[in-house]
Design a protein around this ligand. Sequence first.
Ligand code: PEP
Length: 255
Amino acid sequence: MSAPGRKPVIAGNWKLFKTSAEAAAMLRDLRPRVSMIHDVEIVVCPPFTAIAAAAQALAGSNVQVGGQDLYWESQGAFTGEVSGPMLAELGCRWVVVGHSERRQLFGETDEAVHRKLVAAIAAGLSPIACVGETLAEREAGRTLEVVGRQIQGALGGLSGDQMKRLVVAYEPVWAIGTGKVATPAQAEEVHAAIRARAAELHGAAVAGALRILYGGSVKPDNVKELMAQEDVDGALVGGASLQAESFAAIVRWRG
Ligand code: PEP
């Protein structure tokens, strides 16, 4: 269970799903289902094109909006990119950075992830920095080495103030969209290692306040045991965040 001072975050990553109209309809359904939850930060990350509609549908609610990616420059000749200030202007408070789909399908490197984290924080956003090993890396016994390298690449060189704005999501690649969830013990082992690495980089106080989310096939029926782990401070949810009923059930894991 998340330590005092680490308010849990449940964030939904909608990936390439939902038009503006579909986003607004889902969020009108979600709002009343979670309106009584004030001890969890609730976030939805729609595709860029649906962010404005989502922000409008959520105005005055306890559900926050985030982007799924950003570019590190604020503006310029970067066709197809979207910047932190652009997301902030639409009402985003959060942004996912370095999701494994971006790393694997779009060639995002640890260096690019770091630059995006810096840009997100400069724009006033809270980045969700994603790390995680592939199945081959886990089977080769390299999980902690790989995740440690990603943490070093992403968080190394950030200031203590920058660290306060950021959360980490541990998402084993083999668990994303596959229905294969990490066991609570597997998640806790990596979360504890991430916190230890963060302590080496930024000191015990910063690491102790860092929120570390688990992602990878989180569902209403497995969230409770994951959230019971000492170093699990929330969840990044893909498929189960697309329906109001299942996402609300995850947000309300305490029952
Ligand atoms: C994700 O997209 O970050 C994710 C964890 O997806 P899923 O919950 O569908 O595995």
